[in-house]
Unconditional design. Structure first.
Length: 367
């Protein structure tokens, strides 16, 4: 065998695995069907702005081991995610906190906010869908304005038809705290995520524009002692039991001749009528204070959820009961493989944050 590991996919799982294996003296080859490295964290530089081509990525973690690992390769800035929701022109802070409650109802104290939410909560014997779950947590007003439309656009189906677990851990704070995450560490790699990926893959043999399923699948499998696969698990088994469902996204990127379009990195549009779910203004991830106005242009991206079809990018697994049962069949096949490691969001059919992805790669290689 020419390599110890053939790694299919150069996203965070594949790149982390390759780094750790290489540091351990193993021979690795990383292939990726895209023309660039980095998977969905890839950034394209436009006029000095690092544009998150596949949607916004904010690194956040409470795992000190993961944080120390990524800081070996790149320095992070002090970016803190604070999101604004736009509901028919009215703005609300996210996640739900005292600022949101004041904007919604004019309440000024946690006691007033609790009382308002309690008056609108509706509990049922057994919660069976997302709508019931949301109303039981935050009441009718917030559900109708800030959850219902956004969620139905995101998943392409009515909230009554979505499983409750999607928002089971919906954050509700009775403090004036707009920080989206509760994690200890948060930031964006200085210079963009490409710097992190390049450092992780430094000294590793990589090939882009190389499709594992492009006619050489058997040869790839025989090229290394172990295959590390980060693509869709149902693709790996050629849809033996049928196709797993995913949600996809379409992005409209636009360069604008203004230094500051919306004043924040991410603005969610929560009404059902606006077809996109959010607008991302990328310069705010890395430019702060006067830096924003020093560059007289900006780049925005409108994000449109859409149904997944073969050939599109699979962003979100649809972890409903039917798909979970189907995935279990593929997982049973994967557990029988003695020369294949499956890792990452697509291979494990599970939504992972970036720190989870890195931690999983560490776990698979026993770092």
């Amino acid at each position: 065998m020419k390599y110890d590991y053939l790694i299919v996919g150069s996203g965070l799982f594949g790149a982390t695995f390759a780094r750790l294996a290489t540091d351990g003296g193993k021979r690795c080859l990383v292939i990726d069907k895209r023309p660039h490295l980095g998977g969905n964290v890839y950034c394209k530089e436009v006029g000095g702005i690092h544009v998150h081509q596949y949607g916004p990525h904010i690194f956040h973690t409470s795992d000190k081991k993961v944080w120390e690992f990524v800081n070996r390769f790149v320095e992070f800035n002090r970016f803190t995610l604070m999101t604004v929701a736009n509901y028919k022109g009215r703005l609300y802070n996210l996640p739900f906190n005292m600022n949101t409650f004041y904007q919604m109802w004019g309440v000024r104290t946690p006691e007033e906010a609790r009382a308002k939410i309690e008056s609108q909560r509706k509990t049922v014997g057994q919660i069976t869908n997302l709508e019931e779950q949301a109303i039981s947590l935050v009441g009718r007003d917030i559900y109708e304005a800030l959850i219902k439309g956004y969620t139905e656009k995101q998943w392409g189906r009515a909230c009554k038809d979505l499983p409750s677990f999607i928002i089971r851990r919906l954050p509700v704070r009775y403090t004036f705290d707009n920080n989206y995450f509760n994690d200890t560490y948060q930031g964006i790699p200085i210079g963009g995520y490409n710097v992190l990926i390049e450092k992780l893959l430094e000294g590793v043999e990589v090939r882009t524009d190389t499709d594992f399923f492009g006619g050489m699948e058997h040869e790839w499998k025989e090229m290394a002692e172990t295959l590390v696969y980060t693509g869709k698990i149902d693709d790996f088994y050629h849809h033996r039991y049928g196709e797993l469902q995913y949600r996809s996204l379409r992005f409209e990127h636009e360069i604008l001749p203004t230094p500051n379009y919306q004043g924040i990195a991410i603005m969610n549009f929560t009404d059902r009528e606006t077809l996109y779910t959010r607008i991302v203004e990328h310069k705010h991830f890395e430019m702060m204070g006067s830096e924003v106005n020093n560059l007289p242009m900006t780049v925005i991206s409108r994000e449109y959820p859409q149904e997944y079809c073969q050939g599109a990018e699979a962003y979100y697994p649809v972890n409903d009961e039917a798909n979970s049962l189907l995935y279990a069949k593929y997982q049973a096949l994967a557990e029988q493989e003695d020369r294949v490691i499956f890792g990452g969001r697509l291979a494990e059919y599970k939504y992972y944050d970036m720190d989870d992805t890195i931690a999983k790669a560490m776990e698979k290689i026993r770092y």
